[in-house]
Structure formats: C-alpha cells, structure tokens
Design a protein around this ligand. Structure first.
Ligand SMILES: *[C@@H]1O[C@H](CO)[C@@H](O)[C@H](O)[C@H]1NC(C)=O
Ligand SMILES: *[C@@H]1O[C@H](CO)[C@@H](O)[C@H](O)[C@H]1NC(C)=O
Ligand SMILES: *[C@@H]1O[C@H](CO)[C@@H](O)[C@H](O)[C@H]1NC(C)=O
Ligand SMILES: *[C@@H]1O[C@H](CO)[C@@H](O)[C@H](O)[C@H]1NC(C)=O
Length: 546
C-alpha cells in the first residue's frame, strides 16, 4: 500500500509525457496549447515552427509542455505536426530549410544544461516524410552546441561549439583556482560530407577584456573547473554574407562582430552598450542593446559600405552582475533591424518590435524578418511569440502553452516557414457510438495536403461502402454520422484536386466511455490586448534606396 501511494505521488508530480486527450484519434499526443492573446487579420502566410520545453520546473505544478518537442502549428493555434518521439533527448532550433535542392526539417538534438545555457549534440535532418535522413556533427573532434545551425546556399552549415580550455585568467579578476574559460568556436561545414571548410575561435581574436560578464564566484561560469568555465564571449548565432564574411552575435560581449571569411580577423564590432562595450560605430541614442541573439544579414549595399542586419535584443541576462543577479538595460526585450554604415561609422535603428506585456527575456530569443516585411519575434525564456507588421504593430501574439503548463514554458527560437509534409505515419482514426449514431475522429500527423476525408463502412465480406465525405478541419476532424452505428470503418484522404493520398487501417467502433471534456480541448484565444505604450513611428526599412 505504502509503495503504491508513493508511486501515485510520483505520477501526479511529473505529468511529463502523459496524454491529455486533446485528440481522440491520437490519445498518445499531448502537444502544447498555444495561448493566443493577439490575433489580427493579415498575418504572413506560413506555419509556426517552435520547440517549447520546460525551463526550471521548480515552482508548484507549473512545468512547461507535457511533451517538449519540435512542433509545427498554424497561427490559429492548430497543430500541424507533433515531433514528439522523433528526436531523442532534447531538441531545439527547429526549422525548415533546403539542402541541395531538397526540402528538409532540421533540429539540434542532444543533452541540455539550462543553468549554463549549453547543449552537446548534433544536427538531425528529416525529409518531407518526417524520416531522419542525416545527422551532422562538428569536425576536428569537437561537439556542436545547441545555439546555431544555419544553412548557407543550400550547401554548407554554420555551427558553434563551446570548448572549455585552461587559461590564465588572473588579469580579469580571477583567483588562482579559477582558470577555465570557454573558447567560443564556430565552424562552417559541408553538409554533404561533414568536411570543415572554416573554423574560428574567439580566443585567437577577441580578448576576454571585451566581455561584459565579470568572472565571479557564485555564478554559473566562474572558471573553477571545465564544466564551470567562464563563458566570456558566448557565440549564439553565425551568419555569412555574399562576400563570404561572417556575422557573430556574442551575447556575453553584448556585441555583434563581422569576421573576415579568409583571415578570421574582426572587420568591425558593433557594441550594444555605449560606455560599457567598445564599438566601431557611433550608435544613435535609441540603439542600445545587450545579451542579444540571432543576428542575421538582411541586405548589403552595392558598394558594401552599408549593411542591414536583424537580431533579438534581450536587454537582460540571468546570472551575472557582481552578486550573480539578473541585470537588464532596457525595460523590455525587442526584435531589432539596424543599419550599419561603415563609411560614416554610424549605426541606426530602423525597426524596433518591442515585447507586448513588457516581456523581458533573460535568455534565448530570435528575430526572423519574413519575406513580406513582417517580423516574427520569439521571447525565449518568456515562452512567447509575436508577429509584428512592418510598422511595428503586434498582429499576432501567443504564449507557447496554456494554464499552469504555460508558466514555465520556454522556447529558444521560433520561425515561420512554408512547408509541405507527406508523412509516412498512417492516418489515425477513432470511432465511437453516440446516441444511436457514430462519431468518427480522423487525423494525420504532419500532413499538409489533405482537404477532404471520405469515410467508408466495411461489411463482413470486407466490402467498402462510402458513408460520408467531410472537409478537413484542423489537426483532427470530427465527423458525426447520425442514425447508424458502423461496426468497422476506414477513412481515405484526398487533396484539393481530389487526388487520393492514403487510407487508414480498418477501425472498430467503441462505446463512448471516456472522460472527455470538450471545454478543455479548445485553443485559448484571450481578448486581452497589449498595452500600446511604445512609439509607433513608421519606418519601412525595405524602402531604403539600396
Ligand atoms: C565545478 O565548480 C563548481 C563551482 O565551484 C562546482 O559547483 C561544481 O561542483 C564543480 N564541478 C565539478 C565537476 O567539479
Ligand atoms: C532612432 O533614432 C534615429 C535618430 O534620431 C532615427 O532616425 C530612427 O528613426 C529611430 N529609430 C526608431 C526605430 O525609432
Ligand atoms: C493566456 O495568457 C494571458 C496573459 O499572460 C493570461 O492572463 C491567461 O491566463 C492565459 N490563458 C491561459 C488559458 O493560459
Ligand atoms: C509562403 O509562400 C507564400 C507564397 O509563395 C509567400 O508569399 C510567403 O511569403 C511564404 N511565407 C514564408 C514565411 O516564407
């Protein structure tokens, strides 16, 4: 008896992978329910790509998604694909991309150390059937970290590596016992062969003096041993432009660096904190940023003297003033677009998408400029996503899970992509007796083509008889068939041109005995509106003359 009650306590406390009965055809799935708080007309076409997970599950029963995994959603909050069980261990930075002409999904997959913000693993690629087609590891006997994988020209991949090394840290305020530092490394890999085409290491080019993260006892990264190495630079993104030069976001230097693609030398540094960081540019007053993520080149002028870049400005850090407390420089995080003018040594803020609800992300985050000029910003540790139109208005906002599960949900990066999925998983069907009729539930995890379902009853000879045609609605379609109880059914899928796509297994009808509550399965859409307190200046950076 005693043992049993301990077991049930454990089960109640860790409801991690338990099914939540959102979908009767997929009682194995318990995806996060997006809490959509802003939902205006005119969002960009495309699906949302996220990988929500539980941050620190240490308060009450708030613990993030039941099934932390990569997911594809519509911006109405409908599930398109649950990647739960597709990746082992922990997965993040989930995206769609193209490699050598093929559409792929990819994600970091590996172990995760949330306290230090590091991961160890590899990049896993899936094809349009959601089958694993490749894994990519770093070269030169190093281990890929979770922060970056970025495809260049469909051929190469940029990855970064945290490599702890012993180092004399006494000039930076460390005691004799603190002698481990993180060498922040990035590599450009040939995706096909895994060959290292370029490798760069921070200690060869950037002095620890450029860090804005002091080396202190009592905070993550105090240098006492290799797992506690001082993370003085912390590369969290790498991009490459047409000229072959790299762009780094170095969180713990609160700066962006442009790196020569041949020599590895620093071409310029854009520091985010005037008076604290050094910078090769004079920044306009409204351009302070810090502890940023996800810097991307957007455009380069013909003569190369001006570049437009985007990044996520956290303006907050979790562990790191002298007492190991949170520090912040702006009152909310933001997605930024900045013009860097190397001729006039000037940096100008062109777009500033400020977090609704004053969200301040002390870790993680991303900013994706969409083809139509909208900007999708992901608020990292705050577990939320916003789509801004090109005038900085939030037109979509969602927290990545709901209720108590939403309280500790975090999400490293979020993207919007077009995607066609042709799953090898089969069509899932559940069928229930209801008031002398049948209720059929049908879904197809990851399929993006089905427009119509056809339901057939199967008689004792195995002959099929069509009993209904129904439009697909969302992830799971409920088809109510009054007046008849069909003992066995199969369901077929058709695309918009009435092309046959697939057929489910034969499914027997069951009695309706399950504790199913409709109210719990709706996606939450609150009418809560954000406070529009920031300045609404319209500056369309796309209309610039180059
Ligand atoms: C490394 O140092 C930290 C900080 O002093 C300590 O908490 C941790 O236990 C040490 N780890 C190992 C493996 O010695
Ligand atoms: C930032 O300030 C500069 C100079 O005053 C101005 O040109 C720019 O439009 C401002 N940016 C934003 C996004 O408000
Ligand atoms: C959705 O988010 C809002 C804002 O944080 C919160 O007030 C509300 O309770 C959330 N709703 C659900 C169902 O989680
Ligand atoms: C998706 O495709 C449409 C049509 O080609 C395009 O307008 C849109 O920008 C694409 N969306 C994304 C997020 O790339």
């Amino acid at each position: 008896m005693k043992l049993l009650s301990i077991a049930s306590t454990i089960i109640c406390t860790f409801q991690l992978a338990s099914a939540d009965w959102q979908y009767r055809s997929r009682s194995d799935l318990a995806p996060p329910r997006l809490n959509i708080t802003i939902s205006a007309e005119g969002t960009s076409p495309g699906y949302l790509f996220v990988a929500p997970f539980s941050g620190f599950p240490d308060v009450g029963n708030s613990h993030g998604p039941r099934q932390a995994a990569p997911y594809i959603f519509t911006d109405k909050g409908e599930l398109v694909w649950s990647g739960f069980s597709y990746f082992s261990i922990w997965a993040t930075n989930f995206q769609a991309g193209r490699v050598n002409g093929e559409n792929v999904l990819f994600s970091f997959e590996g172990s995760h150390n949330p306290g230090y913000g590091h991961g160890h693993g590899h990049i896993t690629f899936l094809d349009e059937n959601y089958e694993t087609v490749k894994e990519l590891r770093a070269g030169n006997h190093k281990i890929i970290d979770k922060h970056e994988f970025h495809i260049i020209d469909e051929k190469t991949g940029l990855v970064q590596i945290y490599q702890p090394v012993p180092y004399d840290l006494s000039p930076y305020g460390a005691s004799k016992k603190q002698q481990w530092v993180v060498n922040a490394i990035f590599q450009e890999l040939d995706i096909e062969t895994g060959k290292v085409l370029f490798e760069w290491s921070s200690l060869d080019h950037v002095s620890p003096y450029e860090s804005v993260l002091p080396i202190n006892e009592g905070q993550a990264g105090a240098g006492f041993n290799s797992s506690d190495a001082w993370d003085y630079f912390h590369i969290n993104s790498v991009d490459k432009d047409k000229e072959g030069n790299y762009l780094l976001s170095a969180r713990d230097a609160a700066a962006l660096y442009k790196i020569d693609g041949k020599t590895g030398e620093v071409i310029w540094k854009l520091g985010g904190l005037p008076g604290i960081t050094t910078s090769d540019f004079k920044s306009e007053k409204n351009l302070t940023f810090s502890f940023q993520h996800h810097a991307r080149y957007l455009r380069t002028s013909e003569d190369g003297s001006k570049q437009i870049i985007s990044f996520f400005d956290n303006s907050a850090h979790g562990t790191e003033n002298k007492n190991g407390k949170q520090v912040s420089y702006n009152s909310a995080s933001s997605g930024k677009i900045v013009e860097v003018d190397t001729k006039n040594k000037k940096a100008t803020l062109l777009f500033n998408g400020v977090a609704p609800y004053g969200l301040l992300a002390k870790s993680q985050g991303s900013t994706q400029v969409l083809p139509n000029g909208h900007v999708l910003v992901n608020w990292g540790s705050e577990g939320a996503i916003t789509e801004f139109d090109s005038e900085e208005n939030p037109i979509f906002h969602a927290f990545v899970d709901s209720g108590s599960l939403g309280e500790h949900a975090e999400n490293y990066r979020a993207f919007k992509f077009n995607w066609t999925g042709t799953p090898h998983e089969s069509i899932a069907v559940a069928s229930y007796v209801t008031d002398g009729g049948s209720n059929i539930y049908v879904s197809w995890n990851g399929d993006t083509r089905t427009e119509e379902w056809e339901v057939f009853s199967v008689d004792s000879n195995g002959d099929k008889n069509k009993v209904s045609t129904a439009k697909r609605s969302g992830f799971e379609t409920k088809i109510h068939l009054p007046g008849e109880i069909y003992e066995t059914v199969v369901v077929q899928a058709f695309d918009k041109n009435r092309k046959f796509l697939g057929e489910s297994a034969q499914v027997k009808i069951q009695d309706e005995i399950l504790p199913y509550r409709e109210a719990e399965v709706e996606t939450f859409v609150d009418d809560l509106q954000p406070v529009l307190s920031w300045k609404q200046t319209y500056f369309d950076w796309r209309k610039l003359s180059f």
